[in-house]
Design a binder for this molecule. Structure first.
Ligand SMILES: [Zn+2]
Length: 316
């Protein structure tokens, strides 16, 4: 029996960001084709996504923002909040489909139908703030999943590991006062990259100090720096937190071929990082791990890296 789930749908290509936008429908298509051609789609438990019930968004985004987002799509406003977040008439529905796919993967893991899963969804989510679209993101998929794990399944402790090359600002802000969600982000130094947050002194607030962990990495760094950070900081810290579930914001824009950043990771390093997280989830979280697509803008590197990621999920 497959122990890895895969959320895959042609409908994720219906969120149209217009010409020349890096967060294009072609990204989802490149991954979908690679999953088919490589045989991984046959080896996994395929999860056909359904749109989430909007009520699951409430803990992360207030209703005023959600209705403003829905309205912007209905009237074809062009974009919401910033031109980097374009909307088409289907964007709201596809954003709900991204959340829905992720929650179905979480359900399948919690019901022990699979151990882990990768959700090849778009739009991505980790930059979305409570009341504002940002950085190609509209709804914070992974924050919604963490809240869902607690409200729906009663989990006490959830860890989120974000290896997208950009800081997961929206996710951090959702949980920085919450000691029961451990948020860890490794990303290119915010002095040199969007969104300009995620310094190492951002460690959480109040009784949640210590449950936010930011690891900025100098531009030009590669596999060696990431592996050291994983071995010496990230894996021990997540292990010490003893999460009941590990969520992964899987961005592949730290790849050396990516046009948006200056980190030099190899495809093999994505396999390595994923495998180590799978091992850790086996040690502390009953193998429960779900990862969701964030960035990654070179189509070949994205297809290669997601293939490596899913292969590591399957072997773990
Ligand atoms: Zn990114």
């Amino acid at each position: 029996m497959a122990h890895t789930g895969l959320v895959l749908s042609e409908r994720y290509e219906h969120h149209d960001t217009g010409p020349h936008h890096p967060e294009s429908a072609e990204r989802a298509r490149a991954i979908r084709l690679r999953m088919r051609e490589s045989g991984l789609a046959d080896a996994a438990l395929l999860i056909d996504p359904r749109p989430a019930d909007p009520s699951v968004i409430d803990p992360v985004h207030p209703p005023e923002y959600v209705s403003r987002f829905r309205h912007a799509c209905e009237v074809r406003a062009g974009f919401i909040d910033t031109p980097e977040c374009p909307v088409c008439d289907e964007t709201y529905e596809i954003a709900l489909l991204a959340v829905g796919g992720l929650l179905q993967a979480v359900d399948a893991v919690m019901e022990k139908r699979i151990r882990n899963a990768f959700c090849a969804v778009r739009p991505p989510g980790h930059h979305a703030e409570r009341r504002r679209a940002m950085g190609f993101c509209y709804l914070n998929n992974i924050a919604i999943a963490a809240e869902y794990l607690r409200s729906h399944y009663g989990l006490a402790r959830v860890a989120i590991v974000d290896f997208d090359v950009h800081h997961g600002n929206g996710t951090q802000h959702q949980f920085e006062r919450d000691p029961n969600v451990f948020f860890c982000s490794i990303h290119q130094d915010p002095n040199t990259l969007y969104p300009g947050s995620g310094f190492d002194w951002e460690r959480g607030q109040g009784d949640a100090v210590g449950t936010t962990l930011n690891i900025p990495v100098a531009a030009g760094s590669g596999d060696a720096e990431y592996k050291r950070a994983f071995e010496e900081i990230i894996l021990p810290a997540v292990g010490d937190f003893t999460p009941e579930f590990v969520l992964v914001s899987a961005g592949f824009d730290g790849h050396r071929d990516d046009p948006l950043a200056y980190i030099q990771l190899s495809t093999a390093c994505y396999h390595w990082m994923t495998y180590r997280l799978v091992e850790l989830s086996g040690e502390v979280a009953q193998h429960r791990l779900v990862s969701t697509l964030e960035g990654g803008y070179d189509l070949d590197a994205l297809a290669d890296s997601t293939q490596a990621h899913v292969e590591a999920l399957m072997t773990g």
